[in-house]
Write a protein that binds this ligand. Structure first.
Ligand SMILES: Nc1ncnc2c1ncn2[C@@H]1O[C@H](COP(=O)(O)OP(=O)(O)O)[C@@H](O)[C@H]1O
Ligand SMILES: [Mg+2]
Length: 593
């Protein structure tokens, strides 16, 4: 990711980081905490009543009116029980509500962020890993709000209240029982640290696994073509085994902590029986108070049983918070794009001493200088890896140049409002991506809500209209992953129609015919010419026949401009160009064209 911020999160920083997501629901969270207090206060009445009944009713069982007294106390307890049920309902709903809405907002926030992050971010990130953050990690945050906080607060609250109640009734016994707490604290802190490490590893592994599944499914055709299914299965099994090991490690930590906590609880009971029993026998304590202490210890069951699970849950959420924050804190285009220039684009492009590299110290483009006039058609020619695609990706500001200056209509490229600039640049790529929706929606991707007539008009210009009309559902036919498959030429025509609809001032054709056969390419050239009419155009092509569409040709060699001239000029002067031309010509003759 953009900055590494591994594992520095604690509860305080967690709340600080996600403050904007939590704040709107602070009211509900307060209600949740308040109802939680009510639920627990009612619970403490039970040991108090047991103590009272033992000391003040049972010893006077022959005095009249005692049955009534007992009935009244039980009646009050029953009423309290009903109220507790209702309040507890409100409490649980409030916590869950907070969990669900915070996660909804967080998911939206993440998705928005992912839309705005630039391509440099995606160059480093693995799709599957991102998916696992948006899905699995987010759910852990929900659990944190839905019951993680509740449990943690109740654990602290119950433990403290019982301590105070015990202190008020018999301080010596209270201190004896609570003497174990500092020890417990140390144990929990040490387990937390271990869990945190285990969680980070586990979540990371989850990301790796999701990425594997995603990449395998995307590349399933290649896997099958190379008969690599078994190898893929093997690799997955081994990753999954690692996942299991990490899960087990995490569960073991939780189980170990749980056992230590239960032992401590047992020790507590022993202390009460032994020391409390001694105090009763030596008449320093009433039987009622002893019973109340035993009942308190019963109430301590919740914190003791929950602490291990809760510690693990909170550490999972903190780990997930780290992974989500890693994405959220990346600088995005919205933050970088503060400029607002939005004036009609004529389409002049100038590169002035532009250098660029994806990684520092690895230049891909070196000191480029050229100017393209409005409406001019220029081709980029160069061997694979020369940097052609990189060069054109600087124009819509997919990447920022390392040094030098790019100007569009004599204005620095960063003066333009980014969304506006991109909407005025049309790019037809080598591979056309079709979304899983109707062919109509695919053509109108950049302009939702376009009328069918308009879509049909551009489809006719792109010569795909006839084909679409022959489809079972016409323009409503589903394409993309779930729909019918289109051939390379058909996809390219959809892309051309899409770009015609966008009506850009500046057109970039990145090797968009290289995946087509020569005949289809020739057929498509007419549509390309239609598309290029009146627009500044940069054409990248391997085939000289496509370069014919251009007025001037820039020869790019390993990131530097070797030559800029017309076709005849280059034929005369440029060796690389002439050799490629002659080679291709010979190839065409051999194939009978
Ligand atoms: N996203 C990327 N991250 C890192 N290096 C890249 C990236 N895209 C391309 N490159 C490298 O930049 C160089 C130029 O690539 P490219 O512009 O795609 O060449 P061309 O389009 O001329 O074939 C190559 O060495 C390639 O490996
Ligand atoms: Mg390329």
């Amino acid at each position: 990711m953009c900055n590494d911020i591994r594992g520095r999160e604690n509860l305080v920083s967690f709340f600080k980081r996600f403050n904007t997501y939590i704040k709107p629901y602070a009211g509900v969270l307060v209600l949740a905490v308040f109802t939680m207090l009510c639920v627990d206060i009612i619970a403490y009445m039970i040991p108090l009543c047991i103590g009272y009944i033992t000391d003040h009713i049972f010893p006077f069982m022959h005095t009249p009116g005692m049955i009534q007294k007992l009935l009244i106390i039980c009646g009050v307890l029953m009423l309290a029980g009903i109220i507790r049920g209702i309040v507890s309902h409100v409490m649980i709903r409030s916590y869950w509500h907070v969990g669900e809405v915070v996660v909804r907002d967080l998911r939206n926030g993440l998705y928005e962020k992912l839309q705005h992050l630039d391509l440099a971010f995606y160059d480093q990130a693995r799709t599957g890993d991102l998916m696992s953050r948006v899905t699995t990690d987010i759910l852990l945050i929900r659990d944190f709000f839905a019951f993680g906080i509740e449990h943690r607060l109740r654990i602290i609250l119950i433990t403290l209240t019982i301590f105070v109640l015990m202190l008020m009734q018999e301080w010596r016994l209270a201190l004896a029982v609570y003497g174990l707490i500092p020890f417990l604290y140390l144990v929990v802190v040490s387990f937390s640290k271990k869990m945190r490490k285990a969680v980070t590893k586990k979540q990371k592994q989850m990301g790796i696994m999701t990425a594997r599944v995603q990449e395998n499914i995307t590349g399933i055709r290649i896997v099958k073509a190379f008969a690599m299914e078994n190898k893929e299965i093997e690799t997955f099994h081994s990753e999954n085994k690692k996942m299991l090991e990490r899960e087990i490690k995490m569960s073991l930590l939780q189980v170990d902590l749980n056992s230590i906590l239960l032992l401590t609880n047992g020790a507590g009971s022993l202390i009460i029986l032994l020391f409390g029993g001694y105090l009763v026998i030596t008449s320093q304590l009433t039987l009622g108070v002893l019973f109340a202490f035993i009942a308190y210890l019963g109430l301590m069951g919740f914190p003791i049983n929950m602490l291990a699970f809760n510690t693990s849950l909170i550490n999972l959420a903190l780990g997930a918070g780290d992974r989500i924050w890693e994405i959220l804190q990346c600088a995005d285009q919205q933050q970088i794009n503060r400029n607002t220039l939005q004036i009609p684009l004529r389409g002049k492009i100038a590169f002035r001493q532009v250098s660029f590299g994806y990684q520092e110290h690895v230049p891909v483009l070196k000191d480029l200088n050229f100017t393209i006039q409005p409406g001019e058609k220029v081709a980029l020619f160069g061997l694979t890896g020369a940097g052609k695609s990189t060069l054109i990706s600087l124009i819509p500001r997919f990447y920022l140049p390392g040094t030098g200056r790019i100007e569009i209509d004599d204005r620095d490229i960063s003066d333009w409002e980014l969304g506006f600039l991109r909407s005025r640049i049309g790019i037809v790529q080598q591979e056309t991506f079709l979304f899983s929706s109707s062919i109509k929606e695919n053509i109108a991707f950049g302009k939702p809500g376009t009328s069918l007539e308009e879509i049909q008009r551009v489809a006719r210009l792109a010569h795909i209209d006839e084909f679409i009309n022959g489809l079972p559902l016409g323009y409503d036919t589903l394409v993309g992953e779930y729909g019918i498959g289109l051939s390379g030429g058909q996809k390219q025509r959809v892309a051309i129609a899409r770009t015609l609809l966008q009506d850009p001032a500046l057109l970039i054709l990145d090797d968009c015919t290289s995946s087509l056969d020569t005949i289809t390419e020739r057929k498509i050239q007419a549509q390309l010419q239609e598309l290029m009419k009146g627009r500044t155009t940069i054409i990248i092509a391997q085939r000289i026949s496509t370069l014919d569409l251009a007025e001037r040709i820039i020869v790019l060699d390993r990131g530097t401009i070797q030559d800029i001239d017309t076709h005849p000029g280059l034929m005369k002067r440029n060796k690389l160009y002439r050799k490629t031309y002659e080679h291709q010509l010979a190839h065409l003759h051999n194939n009978g064209y």
